[in-house]
Design a protein around this ligand. Structure first.
Ligand SMILES: [Zn+2]
Ligand SMILES: [Zn+2]
Length: 351
């Protein structure tokens, strides 16, 4: 009996010490700590770029953490309690605004959580649940961890900052356009069909009003006319024709009947993957970028983008620097965490 009691106490003691032995993964990097190794170096860099953009533009600290399993850290409870405790131990986000964000993926537990700072209250619980259900879990189920994390992060950024990565400085028009597009997408594909069918007409209508106002010839003050699409091609240069073909720029050609004066007006597309070519200047260049050397805490990294032009056939590579990685627990003030806390808001999912 005494023996059993003794071993019982021993077991209890063991259990208590295991429970007390809960630890947390090392908070080494400010933006991405990929302990489960679900991301390549290059995918990590790409994430750091958009997370750093959010931090620089809006001061919001958003960090991504992947672990193999929670029990590696002595945790046997729920992912919710693990995430909240970890969030508060790391001190994610500004301490006054409490606006930090954590995406935690526990690979072999097949569980994930987006934990949000106390400053958001419960306002983000539903949006984060939607991000998990629509952007992350469908990818995770296909073992597409990098895609799930990337699109989840982008969507969280959109939910908290109202912008898509890279569009912080975009014109209000462009941002409004993104919002409309996203709104329609959110309504669901079938529901948007009638809207989608109407969009080109609406766009054309607005464009027509803007583009149809009468032009006056600068030479003789006569009213100018606009060529039809079919006949304007003779007046456009090969570069302009290529831009029209790639739909990066749309041209109108106005002519004066009395003096043959021509005015060419270009309208840049709202969405186009073509940029301005370094050689010929037309918006006919396409870029493909890759990380050549990942940044470390002590040295910068290198990214190369290969550009090729559809008009002048120019091929060139532009090398850009990837900033050094930020330590989150460094003694230097820049890049160390803000000391924010969470009161358990957010959402969880499994796959
Ligand atoms: Zn004229
Ligand atoms: Zn070119």
């Amino acid at each position: 009996m005494i023996k059993y009691l003794f071993s019982g106490v021993l077991l209890l003691g063991l259990w208590v010490s295991t429970a007390l032995a809960q630890s947390f993964p090392e908070d080494a990097d400010f933006y991405v700590n990929d302990y489960a190794d679900l991301l390549t170096d290059s995918q990590e860099e790409d994430l750091r770029i958009i997370l750093d953009e959010l931090y620089t533009q809006r001061g919001i600290e958003f960090t991504v953490l992947t672990i193999t399993r929670m029990s590696d850290y002595g945790h046997t409870g729920s992912i919710e309690s693990f995430a909240t405790d970890l969030f508060n131990t790391w001190g994610i986000g500004n301490a006054e605004r409490n606006d930090g964000l954590l995406l935690l993926v526990s690979h072999l537990d097949r569980k994930l959580r987006i934990e949000v700072g106390a400053g958001y209250g419960n306002t983000l619980n539903d949006p984060m649940a939607r991000v998990i259900d629509t952007k992350i879990v469908p990818n995770f189920r296909l073992d597409e961890y990098a895609d799930g994390i990337r699109s989840g992060v982008e969507e969280v950024i959109y939910q908290v900052a109202g912008v898509t990565p890279g569009a912080y400085d975009a014109s209000p028009w462009y941002q409004a356009w993104i919002r409309v597009g996203r709104f329609l997408t959110d309504l669901g594909f079938l529901l948007i069909l009638p809207f989608a069918a109407a969009v080109p007409f609406v766009v054309r209508f607005i464009r027509r009003i803007r583009r149809n106002r009468p032009r006056i010839c600068p030479n003789d003050g006569a009213q100018m006319r606009r060529y039809l699409e079919e006949t304007e091609d003779d007046s456009l240069s090969p570069g302009q024709l290529m831009e029209e073909q790639l739909e990066s720029v749309d041209y109108d050609v106005w002519y004066c009947n009395s003096c043959d004066h021509l005015t060419i007006e270009g309208y840049r597309a709202w969405f186009s993957r073509y940029g301005a070519c370094r050689e010929c200047g037309f918006r006919t260049v396409e870029g493909d970028s890759r990380v050549v050397k990942s940044a470390t805490y002590s040295s910068t990294g290198l990214r190369e983008t290969d550009y090729s032009c559809h008009h002048c056939d120019a091929q060139y590579t532009i090398t850009s620097t990837i900033p050094k990685r930020k330590r989150s627990t460094s003694s230097s003030s820049s890049g160390s965490r803000g000391g924010g806390r969470s009161s358990g808001g957010g959402a969880s999912g499994n796959w």
